[in-house]
Design a binder for this molecule. Structure first.
Ligand code: ZN
Ligand code: ZN
Length: 296
């Protein structure tokens, strides 16, 4: 039941898949299909015209290499299969993005460590960094697609990064791989980057493509309906701020390891001079309890 036979029947070896794509005419065919305005299939002659090749026999040869795993063919013409479309989008996203860079520019929000509204964002070497110019704290430094930089102001890049990071963390916490949609398993790891203000973090790994995602206990807790309900009732919505300003998402402030065997980690969201909500998370990164405290 876990792995239907159809999954196996679709698989082709990685070397074969990359071999099929290792030709410019073939990648141009994928590009021609994705740059089409509607979803309708393209006829052989339409596709050949879009790619702009003179030799019909050679063109047909390359097209037939794609038919099967990447492209499907019926009486209406040629259209994408799922992986062909994904690769075509990846080709477009990877074009025009060499040496993408954002020079240091003001980023929204206050520093979780010192409180100063002195945050600065930058993008270099395919890494998005948010740091505090007042206390020098490097708050986040995360690999990020160069496509995100194209046609955006620095403020728009930082806003896109905030949304993308939040969506990735939410997918992983929900057990869905942000790369391939495969099943992700959560565990607690002590293997944490030095600059981060954490000793332990949740890490998710995809059973299918092996993609890993390291998030935070705060992010997992904020997804829980009871934690969200608390914030709604008290008119305190931490997710409306950039995530790097929420202490529970970028530091171990308010996070406490209750036990290591089995793992129990508690993360608290206090409202200043008011009530707080606490979520307890287990070794598979599931929320196993939520309690509210009214006494502050
Ligand atoms: Zn600071
Ligand atoms: Zn995956």
């Amino acid at each position: 039941m876990d792995e239907p036979d159809t999954d196996r029947a679709e698989a082709i070896p990685a070397a074969e898949a990359f071999g099929i794509l290792g030709n410019e005419t073939r990648t141009e065919i994928l590009r021609a299909l994705v740059e089409r305005d509607d979803e309708a299939p393209l006829s052989f002659s339409e596709l050949r015209e879009a790619v702009g090749t003179g030799d019909s026999g050679r063109f047909n040869y390359h097209l037939q290499q794609l038919v099967g795993h990447f492209v499907e063919h019926d009486e209406d013409g040629y259209a994408f299969r799922y992986h062909g479309r994904r690769i075509a989008h990846a080709i477009l996203a990877g074009t025009f993005t060499d040496r993408a860079r954002v020079a240091p520019a003001p980023a929204p929000g206050a520093c979780y460590a010192c409180g100063a509204e002195a945050l600065e964002g930058s993008y270099e070497n395919e890494t998005l960094t948010i740091r505090c110019t007042a206390c020098e704290e490097r708050i986040v430094s995360v690999p990020f697609s160069p496509a995100a930089v194209r046609g955006r102001t620095p403020a728009e890049v930082f806003a896109a990064f905030d949304r993308w990071s939040t969506a990735q963390a939410n997918l992983a916490a929900g057990g869905v791989c942000p790369e391939c949609t495969g099943h992700m398993d959560g565990r607690v790891t002590t293997d944490v980057a030095d600059y981060l203000d954490f000793d332990v973090l949740p890490r998710f790994e995809c059973r299918v493509c092996r993609r890993t995602a390291t998030t935070s206990f705060g992010s997992v807790a904020l997804n829980h309906p009871a934690v969200q309900s608390f914030h709604h009732r008290h008119d305190a919505y931490p997710r409306q701020r950039p995530y790097w300003t929420i202490p529970q998402l970028v530091s171990d402030r308010h996070t406490e390891v209750l036990s290591e065997d089995p793992w129990r980690v508690r993360v608290a969201f206090p409202i200043e001079d008011g009530p707080r909500v606490e979520a307890t998370i287990d070794g598979s990164v599931a929320v196993v309890g939520v309690t509210e405290h009214v006494d502050g």
